[in-house]
Design a protein. Structure first.
Length: 363
Protein backbone atom coordinates (compact mmCIF):
# COMPACT_ATOMS: atom_id res chain seq x y z
CA UNK A 1 0.00 0.00 0.00
CA UNK A 2 1.62 3.28 -1.08
CA UNK A 3 2.02 6.31 1.17
CA UNK A 4 -0.53 8.49 -0.64
CA UNK A 5 -3.21 5.80 -0.34
CA UNK A 6 -2.48 5.30 3.35
CA UNK A 7 -2.64 9.06 3.95
CA UNK A 8 -5.99 9.40 2.15
CA UNK A 9 -7.47 6.40 4.00
CA UNK A 10 -6.17 7.58 7.37
CA UNK A 11 -8.30 10.72 7.27
CA UNK A 12 -11.49 8.81 6.41
CA UNK A 13 -10.78 6.12 9.02
CA UNK A 14 -10.25 8.78 11.68
CA UNK A 15 -13.62 10.26 10.75
CA UNK A 16 -15.25 6.79 10.95
CA UNK A 17 -13.73 6.21 14.40
CA UNK A 18 -15.09 9.56 15.57
CA UNK A 19 -18.56 8.74 14.21
CA UNK A 20 -18.49 5.30 15.87
CA UNK A 21 -17.63 6.89 19.21
CA UNK A 22 -20.53 9.32 18.83
CA UNK A 23 -22.87 6.48 17.83
CA UNK A 24 -21.84 4.56 20.94
CA UNK A 25 -22.58 7.57 23.14
CA UNK A 26 -25.99 8.11 21.49
CA UNK A 27 -26.94 4.43 21.69
CA UNK A 28 -26.31 4.39 25.42
CA UNK A 29 -28.18 7.68 25.79
CA UNK A 30 -31.12 6.10 24.00
CA UNK A 31 -30.91 3.05 26.27
CA UNK A 32 -31.08 5.30 29.35
CA UNK A 33 -34.17 7.00 27.89
CA UNK A 34 -35.75 3.57 27.38
CA UNK A 35 -35.04 2.79 31.04
CA UNK A 36 -36.77 6.04 32.03
CA UNK A 37 -39.82 4.98 30.01
CA UNK A 38 -39.90 1.76 32.02
CA UNK A 39 -39.65 3.67 35.29
CA UNK A 40 -42.50 6.01 34.30
CA UNK A 41 -44.69 3.05 33.30
CA UNK A 42 -43.96 1.36 36.63
CA UNK A 43 -44.91 4.51 38.52
CA UNK A 44 -48.28 4.50 36.73
CA UNK A 45 -48.96 0.78 37.23
CA UNK A 46 -48.02 -0.24 33.68
CA UNK A 47 -44.79 -2.09 34.49
CA UNK A 48 -45.77 -5.25 32.62
CA UNK A 49 -46.44 -3.53 29.30
CA UNK A 50 -42.92 -3.03 28.01
CA UNK A 51 -43.62 -3.83 24.34
CA UNK A 52 -45.84 -1.46 22.38
CA UNK A 53 -46.16 -2.68 18.77
CA UNK A 54 -47.87 0.49 17.57
CA UNK A 55 -45.06 2.69 18.94
CA UNK A 56 -42.40 0.50 17.32
CA UNK A 57 -44.19 0.67 13.96
CA UNK A 58 -44.47 4.46 14.20
CA UNK A 59 -40.75 4.81 14.97
CA UNK A 60 -39.71 2.56 12.07
CA UNK A 61 -41.99 4.28 9.56
CA UNK A 62 -40.75 7.72 10.63
CA UNK A 63 -37.14 6.62 10.22
CA UNK A 64 -37.83 5.12 6.79
CA UNK A 65 -39.48 8.37 5.68
CA UNK A 66 -36.55 10.43 7.04
CA UNK A 67 -33.84 8.18 5.59
CA UNK A 68 -31.73 10.17 3.08
CA UNK A 69 -29.61 7.16 1.99
CA UNK A 70 -27.34 5.67 0.83
CA UNK A 71 -28.44 2.90 3.22
CA UNK A 72 -31.70 1.33 1.98
CA UNK A 73 -34.74 1.56 4.25
CA UNK A 74 -34.70 -2.22 4.80
CA UNK A 75 -31.25 -1.93 6.44
CA UNK A 76 -32.39 1.03 8.54
CA UNK A 77 -35.37 -1.01 9.75
CA UNK A 78 -33.13 -3.98 10.65
CA UNK A 79 -30.65 -1.80 12.56
CA UNK A 80 -33.25 0.07 14.60
CA UNK A 81 -35.21 -3.11 15.40
CA UNK A 82 -32.02 -4.44 16.98
CA UNK A 83 -31.51 -1.18 18.88
CA UNK A 84 -35.07 -1.32 20.24
CA UNK A 85 -34.69 -5.02 21.05
CA UNK A 86 -31.53 -4.34 23.07
CA UNK A 87 -33.16 -1.42 24.89
CA UNK A 88 -36.27 -3.46 25.77
CA UNK A 89 -34.08 -6.25 27.13
CA UNK A 90 -32.71 -3.84 29.75
CA UNK A 91 -36.19 -3.90 31.32
CA UNK A 92 -36.91 -7.59 30.67
CA UNK A 93 -35.96 -9.83 27.71
CA UNK A 94 -39.15 -10.76 25.89
CA UNK A 95 -39.91 -14.48 25.77
CA UNK A 96 -41.06 -15.41 22.26
CA UNK A 97 -42.62 -18.81 21.58
CA UNK A 98 -42.42 -19.98 17.97
CA UNK A 99 -42.67 -23.11 15.84
CA UNK A 100 -39.18 -24.58 16.10
CA UNK A 101 -36.72 -26.06 16.26
CA UNK A 102 -33.88 -23.57 15.99
CA UNK A 103 -33.20 -22.71 12.35
CA UNK A 104 -36.86 -22.73 11.24
CA UNK A 105 -38.42 -20.01 9.10
CA UNK A 106 -40.73 -19.12 11.99
CA UNK A 107 -37.64 -18.57 14.14
CA UNK A 108 -36.28 -16.23 11.47
CA UNK A 109 -39.59 -14.33 11.51
CA UNK A 110 -39.46 -14.05 15.32
CA UNK A 111 -35.92 -12.66 15.18
CA UNK A 112 -36.82 -10.28 12.36
CA UNK A 113 -39.67 -8.82 14.42
CA UNK A 114 -38.28 -8.89 17.98
CA UNK A 115 -34.52 -8.70 17.36
CA UNK A 116 -31.69 -10.85 18.66
CA UNK A 117 -32.02 -9.67 22.28
CA UNK A 118 -35.37 -11.48 22.63
CA UNK A 119 -35.42 -14.87 24.37
CA UNK A 120 -36.55 -17.36 21.72
CA UNK A 121 -38.50 -20.40 22.93
CA UNK A 122 -38.82 -23.03 20.16
CA UNK A 123 -41.85 -25.35 20.35
CA UNK A 124 -42.55 -28.65 18.62
CA UNK A 125 -46.05 -27.76 17.39
CA UNK A 126 -48.25 -24.76 16.70
CA UNK A 127 -50.54 -25.91 19.52
CA UNK A 128 -47.62 -25.70 21.95
CA UNK A 129 -46.77 -22.20 20.71
CA UNK A 130 -50.26 -20.99 21.62
CA UNK A 131 -50.17 -22.76 25.00
CA UNK A 132 -46.85 -21.17 26.00
CA UNK A 133 -48.37 -17.69 25.82
CA UNK A 134 -51.79 -18.67 27.16
CA UNK A 135 -50.10 -20.16 30.25
CA UNK A 136 -47.85 -17.14 30.77
CA UNK A 137 -44.59 -18.99 30.04
CA UNK A 138 -43.89 -16.66 27.09
CA UNK A 139 -44.83 -13.05 26.39
CA UNK A 140 -45.67 -13.48 22.71
CA UNK A 141 -46.13 -16.12 20.03
CA UNK A 142 -45.12 -16.07 16.37
CA UNK A 143 -47.03 -18.48 14.10
CA UNK A 144 -47.30 -18.86 10.30
CA UNK A 145 -50.75 -18.07 8.93
CA UNK A 146 -50.45 -18.02 5.12
CA UNK A 147 -47.99 -18.57 2.29
CA UNK A 148 -48.24 -16.87 -1.09
CA UNK A 149 -47.73 -20.22 -2.87
CA UNK A 150 -49.42 -22.80 -0.65
CA UNK A 151 -52.17 -20.74 0.97
CA UNK A 152 -53.42 -20.78 4.55
CA UNK A 153 -51.80 -22.66 7.44
CA UNK A 154 -54.87 -24.53 8.64
CA UNK A 155 -53.77 -25.35 12.17
CA UNK A 156 -52.96 -21.74 13.02
CA UNK A 157 -56.36 -20.64 11.73
CA UNK A 158 -58.22 -23.34 13.66
CA UNK A 159 -56.49 -22.37 16.92
CA UNK A 160 -57.33 -18.69 16.42
CA UNK A 161 -60.99 -19.65 16.68
CA UNK A 162 -60.66 -20.84 20.29
CA UNK A 163 -57.71 -18.95 21.77
CA UNK A 164 -58.13 -15.96 24.12
CA UNK A 165 -54.93 -14.47 22.65
CA UNK A 166 -55.04 -11.33 20.50
CA UNK A 167 -53.16 -10.55 17.30
CA UNK A 168 -50.83 -7.63 18.02
CA UNK A 169 -48.55 -7.72 14.98
CA UNK A 170 -47.61 -9.36 11.71
CA UNK A 171 -44.34 -10.32 10.03
CA UNK A 172 -43.84 -10.77 6.29
CA UNK A 173 -40.84 -12.93 5.36
CA UNK A 174 -39.50 -13.73 1.90
CA UNK A 175 -38.90 -17.49 1.82
CA UNK A 176 -35.79 -18.64 0.00
CA UNK A 177 -35.35 -22.40 -0.16
CA UNK A 178 -31.91 -23.99 -0.54
CA UNK A 179 -30.73 -27.53 -1.20
CA UNK A 180 -28.39 -28.38 1.68
CA UNK A 181 -26.10 -31.39 1.44
CA UNK A 182 -22.57 -32.58 2.07
CA UNK A 183 -22.52 -34.13 -1.40
CA UNK A 184 -20.71 -32.29 -4.18
CA UNK A 185 -23.00 -33.37 -7.01
CA UNK A 186 -26.76 -33.83 -7.52
CA UNK A 187 -26.15 -37.33 -8.86
CA UNK A 188 -24.98 -38.47 -5.41
CA UNK A 189 -28.28 -37.57 -3.70
CA UNK A 190 -30.56 -40.54 -2.98
CA UNK A 191 -33.36 -38.80 -1.03
CA UNK A 192 -34.52 -35.34 0.01
CA UNK A 193 -35.88 -34.37 3.42
CA UNK A 194 -38.01 -31.30 4.13
CA UNK A 195 -41.27 -30.04 5.58
CA UNK A 196 -44.25 -30.88 3.37
CA UNK A 197 -44.90 -27.23 2.53
CA UNK A 198 -41.29 -26.64 1.45
CA UNK A 199 -41.38 -29.76 -0.73
CA UNK A 200 -44.52 -28.38 -2.38
CA UNK A 201 -42.89 -24.96 -2.88
CA UNK A 202 -39.98 -26.62 -4.75
CA UNK A 203 -42.03 -29.24 -6.61
CA UNK A 204 -41.09 -28.20 -10.16
CA UNK A 205 -37.40 -27.70 -9.33
CA UNK A 206 -37.25 -31.19 -7.84
CA UNK A 207 -39.04 -32.68 -10.86
CA UNK A 208 -36.49 -31.11 -13.18
CA UNK A 209 -33.28 -31.58 -11.20
CA UNK A 210 -33.90 -34.66 -9.02
CA UNK A 211 -36.53 -36.70 -10.91
CA UNK A 212 -37.51 -39.94 -9.24
CA UNK A 213 -35.59 -39.19 -6.02
CA UNK A 214 -37.72 -39.93 -2.91
CA UNK A 215 -39.01 -36.87 -1.09
CA UNK A 216 -39.51 -37.47 2.61
CA UNK A 217 -41.69 -35.12 4.65
CA UNK A 218 -40.52 -34.34 8.21
CA UNK A 219 -41.86 -32.04 10.93
CA UNK A 220 -39.55 -29.11 10.15
CA UNK A 221 -36.85 -27.94 7.77
CA UNK A 222 -34.46 -27.69 10.67
CA UNK A 223 -34.95 -31.39 11.45
CA UNK A 224 -34.37 -32.13 7.76
CA UNK A 225 -31.04 -30.29 7.93
CA UNK A 226 -30.10 -32.20 11.08
CA UNK A 227 -30.74 -35.52 9.30
CA UNK A 228 -28.32 -34.49 6.55
CA UNK A 229 -25.55 -34.33 9.17
CA UNK A 230 -26.32 -37.93 10.18
CA UNK A 231 -26.73 -39.67 6.80
CA UNK A 232 -24.69 -40.02 3.63
CA UNK A 233 -26.16 -39.24 0.20
CA UNK A 234 -29.11 -37.16 1.42
CA UNK A 235 -30.15 -33.53 1.09
CA UNK A 236 -32.51 -31.15 2.85
CA UNK A 237 -34.55 -28.23 1.61
CA UNK A 238 -34.25 -25.44 4.15
CA UNK A 239 -33.40 -21.79 4.68
CA UNK A 240 -30.20 -19.96 5.53
CA UNK A 241 -30.77 -20.18 9.28
CA UNK A 242 -30.74 -24.00 9.14
CA UNK A 243 -27.68 -24.00 6.86
CA UNK A 244 -25.78 -21.84 9.32
CA UNK A 245 -26.91 -23.75 12.40
CA UNK A 246 -25.81 -27.14 11.04
CA UNK A 247 -22.88 -25.82 8.99
CA UNK A 248 -24.19 -27.33 5.77
CA UNK A 249 -23.09 -26.28 2.26
CA UNK A 250 -25.71 -25.04 -0.20
CA UNK A 251 -25.53 -27.11 -3.37
CA UNK A 252 -28.31 -25.03 -4.93
CA UNK A 253 -29.78 -21.70 -3.79
CA UNK A 254 -33.23 -20.14 -4.15
CA UNK A 255 -34.85 -23.25 -5.59
CA UNK A 256 -38.44 -22.22 -4.79
CA UNK A 257 -40.72 -22.38 -7.84
CA UNK A 258 -42.19 -18.93 -7.19
CA UNK A 259 -39.54 -16.17 -6.95
CA UNK A 260 -41.86 -14.03 -4.80
CA UNK A 261 -42.51 -16.85 -2.32
CA UNK A 262 -43.55 -15.10 0.91
CA UNK A 263 -44.98 -16.24 4.23
CA UNK A 264 -47.03 -14.09 6.57
CA UNK A 265 -46.75 -14.68 10.31
CA UNK A 266 -48.92 -13.41 13.15
CA UNK A 267 -47.66 -12.10 16.48
CA UNK A 268 -49.99 -13.08 19.33
CA UNK A 269 -50.14 -11.82 22.90
CA UNK A 270 -52.60 -11.06 25.68
CA UNK A 271 -53.36 -7.63 24.18
CA UNK A 272 -53.68 -6.16 20.73
CA UNK A 273 -52.22 -2.79 19.68
CA UNK A 274 -53.36 0.81 19.86
CA UNK A 275 -53.72 2.70 16.55
CA UNK A 276 -50.41 3.28 14.74
CA UNK A 277 -51.73 5.19 11.74
CA UNK A 278 -51.60 2.25 9.34
CA UNK A 279 -53.30 -0.83 10.75
CA UNK A 280 -55.26 -3.99 10.05
CA UNK A 281 -58.05 -5.67 11.97
CA UNK A 282 -58.62 -9.43 11.82
CA UNK A 283 -61.85 -11.17 12.71
CA UNK A 284 -63.79 -14.42 12.40
CA UNK A 285 -67.48 -14.44 11.48
CA UNK A 286 -70.17 -16.90 10.50
CA UNK A 287 -73.68 -16.70 9.08
CA UNK A 288 -76.79 -18.79 8.95
CA UNK A 289 -76.69 -21.40 6.17
CA UNK A 290 -79.08 -19.69 3.76
CA UNK A 291 -79.02 -17.91 0.41
CA UNK A 292 -77.36 -14.50 0.47
CA UNK A 293 -76.02 -14.85 4.01
CA UNK A 294 -72.38 -14.09 3.12
CA UNK A 295 -73.45 -11.10 1.02
CA UNK A 296 -75.28 -9.70 4.05
CA UNK A 297 -72.16 -10.11 6.19
CA UNK A 298 -70.10 -8.11 3.70
CA UNK A 299 -72.55 -5.23 3.38
CA UNK A 300 -71.44 -3.43 6.59
CA UNK A 301 -67.93 -3.01 5.18
CA UNK A 302 -69.30 -1.58 1.95
CA UNK A 303 -71.63 0.77 3.84
CA UNK A 304 -68.73 2.09 5.97
CA UNK A 305 -66.22 2.29 3.11
CA UNK A 306 -63.88 -0.25 4.74
CA UNK A 307 -61.68 -2.37 2.47
CA UNK A 308 -61.23 -6.12 2.89
CA UNK A 309 -57.71 -7.40 2.26
CA UNK A 310 -58.45 -11.08 2.95
CA UNK A 311 -61.47 -13.37 3.08
CA UNK A 312 -61.07 -17.10 3.62
CA UNK A 313 -63.41 -19.86 4.74
CA UNK A 314 -62.71 -22.80 7.05
CA UNK A 315 -65.02 -25.66 8.02
CA UNK A 316 -66.82 -25.09 11.31
CA UNK A 317 -65.97 -27.78 13.84
CA UNK A 318 -69.44 -27.98 15.39
CA UNK A 319 -71.51 -28.82 12.29
CA UNK A 320 -71.01 -30.61 8.98
CA UNK A 321 -70.85 -28.41 5.86
CA UNK A 322 -70.96 -25.18 7.82
CA UNK A 323 -68.16 -22.62 7.62
CA UNK A 324 -66.58 -19.73 9.43
CA UNK A 325 -64.96 -16.86 7.56
CA UNK A 326 -61.59 -15.30 8.40
CA UNK A 327 -61.42 -11.66 7.39
CA UNK A 328 -58.68 -9.01 7.38
CA UNK A 329 -59.80 -5.41 6.92
CA UNK A 330 -57.88 -2.17 6.54
CA UNK A 331 -57.91 0.10 9.58
CA UNK A 332 -57.98 -0.11 13.38
CA UNK A 333 -61.14 -1.13 15.23
CA UNK A 334 -61.09 2.19 17.12
CA UNK A 335 -61.35 4.19 13.87
CA UNK A 336 -64.91 5.52 13.34
CA UNK A 337 -65.49 3.81 9.96
CA UNK A 338 -64.19 0.43 11.15
CA UNK A 339 -66.13 0.70 14.42
CA UNK A 340 -69.34 1.46 12.51
CA UNK A 341 -68.78 -1.55 10.22
CA UNK A 342 -68.10 -3.88 13.16
CA UNK A 343 -71.14 -2.64 15.09
CA UNK A 344 -73.39 -3.32 12.08
CA UNK A 345 -71.71 -6.69 11.47
CA UNK A 346 -72.36 -7.73 15.09
CA UNK A 347 -76.11 -7.33 14.50
CA UNK A 348 -76.00 -9.50 11.35
CA UNK A 349 -73.48 -12.28 12.12
CA UNK A 350 -74.41 -15.53 13.84
CA UNK A 351 -70.91 -15.47 15.34
CA UNK A 352 -68.30 -12.71 15.51
CA UNK A 353 -64.86 -12.70 17.13
CA UNK A 354 -62.44 -9.78 16.83
CA UNK A 355 -58.95 -11.29 16.76
CA UNK A 356 -57.21 -7.95 17.15
CA UNK A 357 -56.06 -4.72 15.53
CA UNK A 358 -52.37 -4.32 14.80
CA UNK A 359 -49.85 -2.37 12.69
CA UNK A 360 -49.30 -3.35 9.08
CA UNK A 361 -45.90 -5.07 8.81
CA UNK A 362 -42.93 -2.71 8.43
CA UNK A 363 -40.11 -4.07 6.28
Amino acid sequence: MNDDLQKDLAGVRTEIDSIDTELLRLLNQRARCAQKVGEIKAAHGEAGHIYRPEREAQVLRRLQDANPGPLPSENITFFFREVMSACLSLEEPLGIAYLGPLGSFTGSAATKHFGHAARLLPQSSIDDVFREVESGHAHYAVVPVENSTEGAVGRSMDLLLATPLKICGEVVLRIHQNLLTNEADLSKITKVYSHAQSLAQCHEWLNHNLPGIPRISVSSNSLAAQLVTQEVGVAAIAGMAAAERFNLPKLAENIEDEPNNTTRFLVLGKHDAAPSGRDKTSLIMSAQNRTGALHELLLPFSHAGVSLSRLESRPARHALWEYVFYVDIDGHRDEPAVKAALDELASRAAYLKILGSYPVAVY
